[in-house]
Design a protein around this ligand. Structure first.
Ligand SMILES: [Mn+2]
Length: 395
């Protein structure tokens, strides 16, 4: 069978969310027997009615009849099953993500779509899809807080189904992809599945870890203007016969991430270089208004603070031609010096007291008070004791 593996539509985030998920589903209709959507179909726990309406219409359209061979679907829940039924459409098997997750006892948006017959909820269930004697079993776990993922997996204790191609779908951060934070590790996933599908991470990649093959299709829309989201958007088309997974690109709004580093720059230099860069991006971007994140960093000339850099004019001039976000991450020369000193002290593994003493010595020398610098230790002790008057006498 051929399976379109996609994730993170984020319906309601912006207009692109709907059109780009729509393009993914449209392309999947011509290529796949069924679709897997690995969570965050919606951008929020309680989406607005307008968002629900648009999404339902999109999924309803996707669920219209096809003229291809019908599939047989069986949903196994706990000990029982709900009997097999034939469907002549391209079903969407989904789990909820971190954006839809709600407290136990409350209904999440994926359950609503399941009740409406628009998706099949795979959380804590096994959904068996049969076609021409081949069986694919999809099981999943909806998104949970990272630190609870391993415990939830242990409680669910899902196992592959004998005689089937087995897929496990989840929606968590993975240590193998993002090394910082509290993500789970591939070693904590239930063993024995042929393919694992993970949502949540917004850029596409395929990875092998601990003997497990994990497909991360990424989001179909840019929601965080981070460098990692500049890659192509789309879905994996997994062929269970060959085991191959190929990436199918969708029509997505172009996203440019650009960074300019400055050294002792003046406000006019910052503005000039920002304008040049944005003009360059406009030449590269064809057609639709692109998303642009411009990051300005480095140092400004002495006496100039980041708040003195006013790029309101630049933003206004480019407003109609791009969706622009400018990040100013300037460190003042003074701040940079302090950071450097602290970094050096940290590398030398000095105590807080030693660091404080070194800062004091440096400041006194800079102020041209060499005499006081020689007595820095004494001064430091006096200041630490709150004897400001005595300290001032020395200075
Ligand atoms: Mn997401």
């Amino acid at each position: 069978m051929k399976i379109a593996v996609m994730s993170d539509f984020h319906f309601g985030y912006n207009d692109d969310a709907l059109t780009q998920a729509g393009d993914a589903l449209r392309k999947a209709r011509g290529l796949a027997d069924f679709v897997i959507a690995a969570g965050d179909l919606f951008d929020s726990r309680i989406p607005r009615q307008e968002v629900v309406n648009d999404s339902v219409r999109l999924l309803k359209d996707h669920n219209r009849r096809t003229n291809v061979d019908s599939l047989k679907i069986t949903v196994l829940e706990g000990d029982g099953g709900d009997g097999e039924k034939a469907v002549d459409r391209i079903p969407v098997i989904a789990i909820y993500g971190t954006h839809e997750r709600r407290t136990k006892g409350l209904v999440n948006a994926v359950q609503v779509l399941d009740s409406a017959g628009l998706v099949l909820n795979a959380h804590a269930r096994t959904i068996v899809v049969e076609k021409g004697g081949e069986r694919v079993a999809v099981q999943g776990m909806g998104g949970v807080p990272e630190e609870q993922a391993a415990e939830h997996l242990r409680l669910l204790s899902q196992k592959p189904l004998a005689g089937a191609f087995n897929i496990f779908v989840f929606h968590q951060s993975l240590k193998e992809v993002i090394s910082v934070g509290e993500g789970m590790s591939a070693s904590e996933l239930p063993p024995g599945f042929d393919v694992y599908v993970d949502g949540h991470i917004h850029w596409a990649q395929e990875l092998k870890s601990q003997g497990k093959r994990i497909l991360l299709p990424g989001s179909t829309v840019v929601t965080q203007m981070k460098e990692s989201e500049t890659g192509p958007k789309g879905f994996y088309l997994l062929d269970t016969a060959s085991g191959e997974a190929s990436f199918v690109k969708i029509e997505s709004r172009q996203f440019f991430f650009s960074e300019i580093a400055f050294e002792n720059a003046s406000p006019s230099e910052v503005e000039r270089k920002a304008r040049e860069k944005l003009a360059e991006i406009l030449v590269q971007a064809g057609g639709r208004v692109p998303l642009v994140k411009l990051k300005l960093r480095g140092t400004l000339e002495k006496g100039i603070q980041a708040q003195n850099i006013d790029l309101g004019g630049v933003e206004k001039d480019f407003a109609e031609r791009m969706a622009l976000a400018i990040d100013k991450e300037f460190a003042s020369e003074e701040l940079r010096e302090k950071i450097e000193l602290l970094r050096r002290l940290r590398d030398e593994k000095k105590s807080v007291r030693e660091m404080g003493l070194a800062v004091l010595k440096k400041k006194l020398s800079e102020a041209g008070n060499g005499g006081a610098a020689l007595k820095a230790e004494e001064l430091f002790e006096l200041l630490a004791e709150g004897e400001v008057g005595k300290a001032l006498e020395i200075v």
